[in-house]
Each structure stands twice: as C-alpha cells, then as structure tokens.
Ligand binder design. Sequence first.
Ligand code: AMP
Ligand code: ZN
Length: 469
Amino acid sequence: MKIYNTLSKRKEEFVPVEPGKVKMYVCGPTVYNFIHIGNARPMIVFDTVRRYFEYKGYEVNYVSNFTDVDDKIIKKAIEEGVDADTISKRYIAECKKDMEGMNIKPATKNPLATEEICGMLEMIGTLIEKGYAYPAADGTVYFRVRKFKDYGKLSHKNLDDLQSGFREIKVTGEEGKEDPNDFVLWKPKKEGEPFWESPWCEGRPGWHIECSVMAKRYLGDEIDIHAGGEDLIFPHHENEIAQSEAANGVTFAKYWMHNAFLNIDNKKMSKSLGNFFTVREISEKYDLQVLRFFMLSAHYRSPLNFSAELMEASRNGLERILTGVEKLKDLEKKAEGTVLTVQEEENKKKAEDLVAKYEAAMEDDFNTADAISAIFELVKLSNSTASENSTAAYVKWMKAEIERLCDVMGIITEKKEEILDSEIEDMIAQRQAARKAKNFALADEIRGKLLEQGIILEDTREGVKWKRA
Ligand code: AMP
Ligand code: ZN
C-alpha cells in the first residue's frame, strides 16, 4: 500500500510500526461553532483511509482531538455571557451529530485538550529539563527551535529563511523570546480566561502541545500516521514534531498525510466573502451521504471545488449505485440456485477484476476517485448481467461485493427516498387548497404524509412554514 508522505514528498510503501496495527492521529476541529464543509473534508477522507485499512484486516486505533481551549472559544463565550466550557460542549455535541450524518465512524478516542493538562505540564517539564524549552520572566514557556536540529523537515523550510521573514525580532507580548522562531508551549492567563496551575504561571497551553501529548497518551511515542488539512503542515505539525521528538527521543509519526483545501466556486471559503457553508446548512438541502460522496469524488491531495452542479452530479452518481443495489435486493427475494452458471462464473471473474482495480486505486495513495469509477463499472456490470434468470448465488455475491466496496467509502446502500423542496411546496399548496375547501380530512392526510418523510409543518400568521426533522 502506497502513501504519499509529506515528510519525504513522495509515495512510500506502508510498513506499520507494529504488524497488523495502524495507529492514526487526526487533528480535529476547534469547537466554537458548527463545523464547516472544509472541516468535513479531513474527517471524511481520513475516515475512509481508516475504513480501507480495516477492510485489509488491520486493527486501527484512530484518535482525533477536539481543541476545546482557544481564543475563538473564549471570545464566543464572552459574547454570549457563558463560560468557555458551555461553548465547547455545545459544539462538540453538534459536531458529533454532523459526523454521524456523514457516516464517520466514532474514533477510538476523542480526547479533549482541557482533560489532558497534566500530560502537557509533564511534557513541557521534560522539554525544559532537556534544554529544549525555557520559561520567560512573565511565566510564558517557549520551545527553543534552534536546539531541535530537524526543525523544518516536514514543511521543508529553512530556519534562516524563516528568520528573515521576521522584520522585528521582538513582537509585543513576546519580549521574552530568545529567538523569533520560538513558539509558545504555555502562556499566562488573561482576565476572564480559563486557566490552570503550573510551575511557571497560572495559564493555559499553547495549541501545538495538546496534539503531541494526546498522541503520546493514546497511541504511544511512535505512531504510524498523523494527518490533517494542509494548512496544518506549518507551523502546527512542524511544531508537534519538534516537541514530540525532542521529548520522547524517537521518530514521532512515520507517515504525514495532508488533504488539500475545499474551495467554494473556485474561491477560498471565507466568512467575509459570504461563501461559507456549515455542514448543518448543507444537510438542509442534501442528504449528507451526497456530501461524503462528493468529497471522495476527488483525490484527497487535489484542491476540490464545492458547487451546486458538482453536488447534483454526486447526487446522481450515488443514486445510480443505490438503484443498482436495490435491483439486486429485489432479485434476491425471488432468485434460486446455489451454483453459478458457466456464464455467471465468467461474469464473476470480470467483477473480480473490477474489485482488483478498486483495490489498486485505493492502494495508490487512496485514490478514491478511481476507486469510485471501479464501483460504477461494477454496478454497470451488475445491471447488465443480473436478471430474473440469475441464480441466487450470483445475485447475493454481486450485492455483497458492491456493498463491501461501498462500505469503505462510507456509503450506506440502504436507499432513502428523498423528498425535494419543490414536492414539499406542492403538497403544502394542496393542503392549503383542501383546508380552504373545508376538506380537513385530506389536509390532515397530507400533513401526515409529509411527516412520514420527516417534514414538519408549522402554521404561522405569515403562512405555513416547514422544516426537515
Ligand atoms: P480547524 O478547526 O481550523 O483547526 O480545522 C480543523 C481541520 O479542518 C484541520 O485539519 C484543517 O486543516 C481542516 N480544514 C479547515 N478548513 C479547510 C478547508 N477549507 N478545506 C479542507 N480542510 C480544511
Ligand atoms: Zn493537531
């Protein structure tokens, strides 16, 4: 299995630290709002990577954190007049709902930064002891970047080039730094912020230290895969490597995987441009399975553009697969025969070639785009070869194969009948007409039908409003 490693900038054969096991750490979101569809990309991509390892028989230990102490969380808490914990707990719960909608397997562990402070104090202590970190007069603890010889190995940056990027050696509030490249491990509390006791000052951890500590605690000093979006390569992951390798004395992660960004209408997603969607907003228009399928329609290292057209294409593509499986389910009910015919044996061989094609795509740095093409070809073969004359053995085999491949993609092959906005509006108009004609039985029947499809109506003074349950 080949994986592109950001560290070596090339595809490498996957060799696990421990045979048969994969230890994976994926940087999770900062929880101060609903997650956006950009955050969903690494979640979907690396869940699919995990699923493929499991398909190959590996036991995967998948750890992904929630950053629950951060400036943005504190700002939001102040705005709402609640404590930071209320904000982070709320959005962790909402994030988990979205993840369920996208059929992302629960992680083996979702550690929270605020519950791992002890480990952070310990690692910072070790780094100071070994000379890799130092406390400044105000109690801020910095990592001494120049002491770590391999600094820059992941982002392929040179320290001297980085240094020339700094115009002023001392930035306000960072006067205690020995070198402008040094980064914060621990910082003093500010008024109204959450804080913890420490040997250096009452304060809170820097962002990078949390991942080094959680990876160590739940996966060990040496892990197989560390992953996240490409914006994390520098400084976050570069700093994680420096902290972990300086403290533990061994290579931190063997393979570093990074997904490219998701853009909207070919522009960077940003609140100011107004081209910003949360997963929750998308779930009001589409089944989140469609979002998942859309994300996997491109290779994870290629930038991906979100647009209504591409989502429609994904909806249609997914529909083709689900219809193919439905057909097999119908045939399965009536079919008989446990021995494949000669023709079916031949078709099975063709199907096996497509399964091999699928696996080859996935084993070439998780090329989900090509893997999905192989699923399409398999469905096409199934549609043209499975019929009422097929044996039960053939139909069952074909269905199981398609479902097995779909499962790795996280596609649920159970078809959900999705009702469109326009159909809902039509039914509401019919209900209004029935009410006007005093046919309340019909009006209630229409309301009931909509409810069965998960559509809730609300009669308000401004008219009928509806929402999806
Ligand atoms: P954050 O909450 O900003 O730390 O982001 C959580 C994860 O989402 C990180 O792995 C980011 O790299 C990733 N991410 C954020 N925005 C995007 C985007 N537009 N496209 C792809 N990944 C993103
Ligand atoms: Zn991280």
